[in-house]
Ligand binder design. Sequence first.
Ligand SMILES: *[C@@H]1O[C@H](CO)[C@@H](O)[C@H](O)[C@H]1NC(C)=O
Ligand SMILES: *[C@@H]1O[C@H](CO)[C@@H](O)[C@H](O)[C@H]1NC(C)=O
Ligand SMILES: *[C@@H]1O[C@H](CO)[C@@H](O)[C@H](O)[C@H]1NC(C)=O
Ligand SMILES: *[C@@H]1O[C@H](CO)[C@@H](O)[C@H](O)[C@H]1NC(C)=O
Ligand SMILES: *[C@@H]1O[C@H](CO)[C@@H](O)[C@H](O)[C@H]1NC(C)=O
Ligand SMILES: *[C@@H]1O[C@H](CO)[C@@H](O)[C@H](O)[C@H]1NC(C)=O
Ligand SMILES: *[C@@H]1O[C@H](CO)[C@@H](O)[C@H](O)[C@H]1NC(C)=O
Ligand SMILES: *[C@@H]1O[C@H](CO)[C@@H](O)[C@H](O)[C@H]1NC(C)=O
Ligand SMILES: *[C@@H]1O[C@H](CO)[C@@H](O)[C@H](O)[C@H]1NC(C)=O
Ligand SMILES: *[C@@H]1O[C@H](CO)[C@@H](O)[C@H](O)[C@H]1NC(C)=O
Ligand SMILES: *[C@@H]1O[C@H](CO)[C@@H](O)[C@H](O)[C@H]1NC(C)=O
Ligand SMILES: *[C@@H]1O[C@H](CO)[C@@H](O)[C@H](O)[C@H]1NC(C)=O
Length: 396
Amino acid sequence: MWMTACFIFSPPLHLSLFLHIIGSLVAGGLPPIYTLVDFITVNCGYSGNLFNKSDNRNWTGDIDSEFSPLERLGANSTSLVREAPPSSTVIQVPYATVRISRSEFTYIFPVTSGQKLIRLHFYPVSYADFDRSEALFSVKAGGYTLLKDFNVSAIADASRVEMPYKEFCVNIGEEKSLNITFASSRASPDSYVFINGIEIVSIPTNLYYSPAQSHWIEYIGGQINYTIENSTALEMVHRINIGGSPLSSNQDTGMYRNWDADDDVYLDDLSSRFSVIPSNTRIQLKFFSIPNYTAPSEVYQSGRSMGTNKTINKSYNLTWDFPVDSKFHYLVRLHFCEFQNQITSSGDRTFQIYIANQSADQDADIIQWSGGNGDTSLQRTTLCLCLTPPELEARK
Ligand SMILES: *[C@@H]1O[C@H](CO)[C@@H](O)[C@H](O)[C@H]1NC(C)=O
Ligand SMILES: *[C@@H]1O[C@H](CO)[C@@H](O)[C@H](O)[C@H]1NC(C)=O
Ligand SMILES: *[C@@H]1O[C@H](CO)[C@@H](O)[C@H](O)[C@H]1NC(C)=O
Ligand SMILES: *[C@@H]1O[C@H](CO)[C@@H](O)[C@H](O)[C@H]1NC(C)=O
Ligand SMILES: *[C@@H]1O[C@H](CO)[C@@H](O)[C@H](O)[C@H]1NC(C)=O
Ligand SMILES: *[C@@H]1O[C@H](CO)[C@@H](O)[C@H](O)[C@H]1NC(C)=O
Ligand SMILES: *[C@@H]1O[C@H](CO)[C@@H](O)[C@H](O)[C@H]1NC(C)=O
Ligand SMILES: *[C@@H]1O[C@H](CO)[C@@H](O)[C@H](O)[C@H]1NC(C)=O
Ligand SMILES: *[C@@H]1O[C@H](CO)[C@@H](O)[C@H](O)[C@H]1NC(C)=O
Ligand SMILES: *[C@@H]1O[C@H](CO)[C@@H](O)[C@H](O)[C@H]1NC(C)=O
Ligand SMILES: *[C@@H]1O[C@H](CO)[C@@H](O)[C@H](O)[C@H]1NC(C)=O
Ligand SMILES: *[C@@H]1O[C@H](CO)[C@@H](O)[C@H](O)[C@H]1NC(C)=O
């Protein structure tokens, strides 16, 4: 079995997590499968436009531009701009400059109605008179608190990522504008807020949300089905290309999503030792049950399987450990593509799926799911609630 993971959470109450296992049809040079309706890239603390060669995008400065933020009336201090300190590594767009404030500021973005991804890019270093460890802030957008008392240097240190980003999904209604407010935390007197880059991209309707009255998502371990409504905001927690290379934003199907590799970071010991990573770049992908923009083809053309030694593959569970916060709902999307030539009939490879130790599928069979019509690209979506251990005990 192989999969790709993307986890999403929702600030109001629900956290959803997606696991993806997929493949589709983008290759270098070809136009993206999904064409963006909204496409905003802001290089905070910069004046003018800068082109980022690696993601092929033009980043617009927020100084004296249509994207200049509003300051809160009556605030003691207004926001400032700073440059990143000189560094041995080459600092690219949009990390070389920053907008920073001990108070708050708001960006007002003109956007169309519909579902959007918001990406916030941070480079947590000390900016002149602003010490790295004192950044502590909240971010609100469209009525949701996306981040609260957020300590980005702690996140960067814990995940060993120099330039972390946060990705959210929100629905824009008739208001056709999106306000994003950055405010320093009141929890600490020296706190300040900063932001290096902001992206807003449209996504196809119901890529992550449920259509009205259909596609109910099964709630693991519960007797209920669930919908992700437009009033929910989601946060991406993990998006993984299982068994393949990391895919950068310009290798996505058009939404500039990053796909990480599954590597040994997430795999448990037995899975690292015994699992195998087949791939098939020649498979002709067919999308019948899901749209072709769901994930890049590379995602479907590689995978991780339990191996073909029956003694061994029955003796362990292929297990990924994804760190998540407790008390949120997670939407898990698993993407599958049966591309191994040895597996042709239903029953050739069957397995069970457990999420957070609860059974999500007792009789998974990719060929059977395809319904015999040659559908290569399949998706299973489930929802689970990650409780703190004591509550989990209590539920058992
Ligand atoms: C970036 O945007 C500016 C202003 O919209 C435009 O003049 C410039 O040609 C663009 N550059 C590239 C490389 O697309
Ligand atoms: C504004 O600045 C004054 C003097 O520095 C300080 O006493 C006051 O608490 C500040 N107000 C806010 C809202 O930060
Ligand atoms: C372009 O932006 C991406 C992230 O948005 C960053 O990882 C990369 O370093 C940048 N590359 C260049 C050439 O500016
Ligand atoms: C959610 O909003 C989108 C547009 O933003 C709309 O097309 C869709 O029908 C809405 N879904 C529901 C269930 O109302
Ligand atoms: C942020 O986290 C770091 C590392 O855990 C800590 O040293 C720092 O004091 C924190 N900053 C604030 C303002 O809480
Ligand atoms: C965004 O902020 C502006 C200025 O405060 C306000 O006029 C507008 O109604 C806000 N838009 C939304 C969607 O909240
Ligand atoms: C949940 O949805 C599945 C698939 O649509 C359906 O088979 C099942 O009966 C539903 N369960 C409930 C409790 O509504
Ligand atoms: C993706 O699917 C759409 C709709 O079915 C189709 O029009 C388009 O040609 C497909 N794109 C690719 C690259 O296959
Ligand atoms: C385990 O190995 C057997 C024998 O090769 C094979 O038939 C079966 O599909 C494998 N199971 C999984 C889950 O890969
Ligand atoms: C399967 O693995 C077991 C345990 O490592 C080994 O003894 C056996 O020879 C292997 N079978 C095959 C067909 O490779
Ligand atoms: C695999 O995980 C399930 C659910 O946690 C457990 O019941 C089962 O015993 C495990 N199997 C093995 C071989 O570890
Ligand atoms: C799943 O079960 C394992 C082994 O019993 C345990 O270590 C782990 O904490 C459990 N995970 C969850 C999310 O309950």
